[in-house]
Design a protein around this ligand. Structure first.
Ligand SMILES: Cc1cc2nc3c(=O)[nH]c(=O)nc-3n(C[C@H](O)[C@H](O)[C@H](O)COP(=O)(O)O)c2cc1C
Length: 364
């Protein structure tokens, strides 16, 4: 049984201040490439209206040459609070991209210094900046100078186990003008494997005066509370736990604010959410949206009788109608066998979601 201590409740009951910008929630939805587009954020926001959300990461060099806003940088006009995340190694390109982000409506601009993917690190971006703190510092200084909104950094604890430099790196980002640091408690070498080392997040929190947000392995309300207690962090950021489960950020936010657990969605409610997600992706992106929807659909279809078969079919859909028909059929079957709805409540199956979703997402 998860318990919210009075100390934690009162510490986190005030708004999160990111420089001059205030956010009325201590739970954030992370940037996830291929996932956190405008459609996904709309679903998360329905259950967590006050939470900060992030776009997928955007390449500043691409923006410099194309000068056209890519779809992944699009923000709903009434979508607040929102941060646009950028990656690159060129301070001048990042400063220019940050101005475009602000024009699009970003409340804060976040710089990705944690992505482990070779394609990004070999060009000097993402987590490779952990090994090049001079450039990382120059980036933050240039972006802070270029925009009026707060600039934040999302990074990892180090490049390898032997090169953990989160404390010095975080201090340097703060000195350069970053207004918040989100720390994923893994090294670049870990990728997404092994447990996140929250103890490093606690060490960084102890020395920084800007807010420190804990990230890594937040798959449930219980994990979020444990992480906040252990690290003393100013908030938590959910990532893979939200794949096929846009309810998580809202569940944690609700618990932190009320001390009460929100009733988890039933299998049918999750499938209805999947159906809506599919339709919205189709309306927003057309055929490309259907291709992207396949992985989302397989993440939703878990933990009820017939889920494995449904996953196999959903990952091959070609049209929105095909997907909706499959989901409608599954919903009808669930209704038949759900004399007792409780029997169909979703087991969170975090370990399964964790490993399957990551490999699917990264493969896509
Ligand atoms: C599919 C996928 C895409 C991701 N895309 C981004 C991204 O665009 N920007 C970013 O800063 N981190 C990205 N991440 C990293 C997550 O935001 C997060 O730091 C990481 O998954 C650790 O949290 P978790 O253990 O709760 O999943 C991505 C992770 C995954 C699995």
């Amino acid at each position: 049984m998860v318990h919210l201590s009075p100390e934690l409740k009162s510490r986190l009951s005030i708004p999160l201040s990111i420089g001059s910008f205030e956010v009325n929630s201590r739970v954030l939805q992370s940037p996830l490439s291929g996932v956190t587009d405008l459609v996904f954020r709309r679903l998360v926001r329905r259950y967590a209206p006050a939470s900060m959300m992030y776009t997928e990461m955007v390449n500043a060099t691409g923006l410099h040459y194309v000068k056209q806003l890519p779809k992944l940088m699009e923000v709903d006009p009434d979508e607040r609070p929102i941060s646009i995340q950028l990656f690159d190694c060129r301070p001048d390109f990042l400063a220019e991209a940050a101005q475009m982000a602000v024009d699009e409506g970003a409340d804060t601009v976040d710089i990705n210094m944690g992505c482990p993917v070779n394609k990004i690190t070999k060009n000097g971006g993402g987590s490779s900046l952990l090994r090049d703190p001079e450039t990382a510092e120059a980036i933050v200084r240039a972006v802070v100078k270029a925009v009026k909104v707060p600039v934040t950094v999302k990074t990892r604890i180090g490049w390898t186990e032997k090169e953990i430099n989160a404390v010095e790196f975080g201090q340097r980002m703060q000195d350069a003008g970053a207004q918040m640091l989100t720390l994923h408690g893994r090294t670049r070498a870990q990728g997404y494997n092994g447990p996140a080392k929250w103890e490093w997040i606690g060490r960084v929190k102890q020395v920084l005066s800007i807010p420190v947000i804990a990230n890594g392995d937040i798959f449930s309300v219980e994990a979020a509370i444990r992480c906040l207690e252990q690290t003393g962090a100013d908030g938590v950021m959910c990532s893979r736990g939200t794949l096929g489960y846009p309810f998580l950020v809202g569940e944690i936010d609700h618990f932190l604010k009320s001390g009460e657990l929100r009733e988890p969605p039933t299998a049918s409610e999750r499938l209805q959410c999947a159906r809506e997600h599919l339709q919205m992706l189709w309306e927003y992106k057309g055929d490309r949206g259907i291709r992207q929807a396949r992985k989302h659909m397989t993440w939703y279809a878990k933990g009820f009788p017939g889920a494995a078969d449904l996953r196999g079919q959903l990952c091959n859909i070609e049209t929105v109608d095909q997907g909706c028909e499959l989901i409608d059929r599954a919903l009808a079957q669930l209704a038949e066998i759900s004399a007792d709805l409780d029997a169909n409540r979703f087991d969170r199956l975090t370990a399964e979601v964790d490993s399957e979703s990551t490999s699917l997402a990264i493969a896509s």
